[in-house]
Design a protein around this ligand. Structure first.
Ligand SMILES: Cc1ncc(COP(=O)(O)O)c(C=O)c1O
Length: 357
């Protein structure tokens, strides 16, 4: 495979960068040479622009007519898969702020069967866009298969290439590979790649067999979540079976993104000094959780709720595979209200009260 350049990467920072903070992540990617970003909604695009992010910003969700104002105002590139998105918009609104032709992305359904224009209808849509005097920035597709379904993704790629080949000489770029395509090197020869999860070291797979395959790519999650006890007390032994123990409270609950499904010992916290795991006791409430400790916590003890690894009970991948979520859901769930500490090569570079607030 040829070596990709940073300019060929579309950095996907939707869902506040899968929990990591879209503005900070986009700025960091820009400092590495990435020039194009993707979000899911026009509002996410506005947040990036307000945060000073320059370059192209693709909005991957289906554009709605009422969003065109925001698209133009924030210099975004919307995605469409039918012309209805633009037909009710007056022609004089389908222009950029400088009066240039508005450009859109066209999303093609090459087998995902969720959204995107059917391949047989692509030509008709392109003619309709011509008639509306709307330009096309890129045509893209999204693969349905996971890491263990390379042949399915190759079939989709073939389908996509066949229906888009007539447009390659018209200054329209094409892209297909998100994280899975990048790992499988399917679609990576096109004009751009469009990774999201692997930028953050998040597994693309939702089950333990798939996770085993993902681990071989040597990605490590970028995000961990730490907490200190806000209160602790000694609790009497239960039925005389357990020795005396301590109950520690942490100001972190499901409103922060710590899943309620981890209640009653499904989840655990790791003591950062001893490495010991401490099971959650009772329910994870909106703003709090409790863990059982054998010993009184020492002043300054910190605990990890979400570990940047693949460990049982504490890692996003383990939580996802156990709780039936996806690993990206586990990191994306972390609320914008949770303070973030950004670290680069071991150095703290920024501390924020929350993300993109
Ligand atoms: C169109 C499109 N491109 C890229 C991505 C990024 O996907 P991933 O996080 O798997 O890399 C997504 C996410 O679903 C998407 O919908």
């Amino acid at each position: 495979m040829r070596k990709l350049t940073m300019e060929e990467i579309i950095g996907v920072v939707r869902g506040h960068a899968y929990g990591h903070g879209a503005v900070r992540v986009a700025r960091h990617l820009a400092s590495l040479g990435v020039e194009t970003f993707a979000v899911a909604t026009t509002n996410e695009g506005r947040v990036l622009r307000n945060g000073g992010v320059q370059g192209k910003i693709h909005v991957l969700g289906n554009c709605q007519p009422e969003e065109i104002n925001h698209v133009v105002e924030n210099d975004l590139i919307p995605t469409i898969c039918w012309s209805n998105a633009l037909k009710t918009v007056p022609a004089n609104k389908l222009l950029t702020k400088t009066g240039a032709q508005l450009k859109v992305n066209v999303n093609v359904d090459s087998g995902l069967s969720m959204y995107g224009v059917e391949t047989c209808q692509l030509d008709g849509l392109i003619q309709e866009l011509d008639a509306l005097d709307v330009g096309i920035e890129s045509i893209f597709t999204h693969f349905a298969g996971g890491l263990t379904d390379r042949s399915g993704n190759l079939d989709q790629l073939d389908h996509f290439l066949n229906c888009t080949d007539p447009y390659v000489n018209k200054n329209i770029s094409r892209h297909a590979a998100a994280s899975v395509g990048c790992c499988q090197m399917v679609g990576t020869e096109l004009d751009y790649v469009r990774p999201g999860r692997i930028l953050y070291g998040i597994s693309t797979e939702n089950d333990f067999p798939g996770l085993k395959v993902f681990k071989d790519f040597d990605f490590l999650p970028a995000m961990s979540v730490f907490a200190r006890p806000t209160f602790y007390e000694r609790v009497p032994p239960t039925n005389g079976r357990l020795g005396p123990k301590w109950l520690a409270s942490f100001a972190c609950g499901w409103a922060d993104g710590y899943s309620e499904k981890l209640s009653h010992g499904i989840g655990s916290l790791r003591n950062n000094k001893t490495g010991q795991l401490h099971a959650l006791v009772g329910r994870v409430t909106a703003d709090e959780c409790n863990a059982a400790l054998r010993k009184q916590p020492r002043s300054g003890d910190t605990f990890t709720l979400l570990t940047a690894d693949y460990a049982d009970h504490t890692s996003p991948a383990w939580m996802a595979c156990t709780l039936g979520d996806s690993p990206a859901e586990v990191t994306s769930a972390w609320s914008r209200r949770v303070p973030r500490v950004y670290v680069r090569q071991g150095e703290v570079v920024n501390i924020t009260a929350g993300v993109d607030l």
